[in-house]
Design a protein around this ligand. Structure first.
Ligand SMILES: *Cc1c(COP(=O)(O)O)cnc(C)c1O
Length: 227
């Protein structure tokens, strides 16, 4: 794909996002995070050149490398992976725009300690394991509100902005939809939350129709010929 073909291709992805968000409301705005975890800095640069500014990585090491390589560009970096305790300092050195994978009170308390010492704050989303899957991280639907409240009270240096969830791993659209609706229901009950991060390349339209206002798109934003 040359630059023009790539731009036309991305316009089509954006059109699909538009179509889904308009179904919710003309006022429903959806932000696209381009997940670059399988892509090179070169490919990120190409997408930047056609207007994309927010990128996401799921490994602290890759986030560090690519944000360094591309530091001249005015990019927004999102950390969408799970964070191990021994990587907290590395993540905070990068100071990402948003951490999507805050998945326990324990991790929040560890983060709080380090943030306090550094006198910095971090915007984050509570990750919800809405389909209750063993292979996924996140708090359960039943615990979500409680843990959200606890983090808000006990971690003043963490600025919780809302929730994140990965749709149910299934071919059954009803199950995926159900997992999005459950997450969105939690989101609706939160005060002062403004981000509901749900939807990936295979299910973003469904996620948006269920109320997502932030989609994390990897493979569809970086088709094979560009990576
Ligand atoms: C990889 C990843 C994505 C993007 O996946 P695609 O299916 O390629 O769009 C979104 N969210 C998380 C948490 C991921 O790890």
């Amino acid at each position: 794909m040359n630059n023009l073909e790539y731009k036309i291709y991305i316009d089509d992805v954006i059109r699909r996002v538009e179509k889904a968000r308009i179904k919710v409301s003309a006022h429903h705005i959806v932000k696209i995070i381009a997940v670059s975890k399988y892509s090179t800095s070169d490919a990120i640069n190409k997408l930047y050149n056609i207007g994309q500014r927010a990128f996401g990585e799921n490994k602290v090491q890759d986030l560090k490398l690519k944000s360094k390589e591309l530091e001249e560009l005015p990019l927004e970096w999102h950390f969408i992976g799970n964070l191990q305790k021994n990587k907290i300092n590395n993540l905070l050195d990068i100071d990402p725009t948003l951490f999507h994978g805050l998945d326990s009170l324990k991790l929040a308390l560890e983060l709080q300690k380090k943030l306090f010492t550094r006198d910095m704050t971090l915007d984050a989303l509570l990750q919800i394991n809405s389909a209750n899957e063993l292979a996924k991280s996140g708090v359960s639907i039943d615990d979500a509100l409680n843990i959200y409240e606890k983090i808000t009270q006990e971690c003043p240096n963490i600025n919780l902005r809302g929730v994140m969830s990965i749709g149910a791993h299934s071919d059954d659209e009803t199950l995926i939809k159900e997992s999005f609706i459950k997450t969105h229901n939690i989101y609706k009950q939160l005060k002062n939350a403004d981000i509901c991060s749900m939807g990936m390349s295979g299910d973003f339209e469904l996620a948006i129709e269920c109320g997502s206002n932030m989609v994390r798109l990897g493979s569809i934003m970086f088709p094979k010929e560009t990576t």
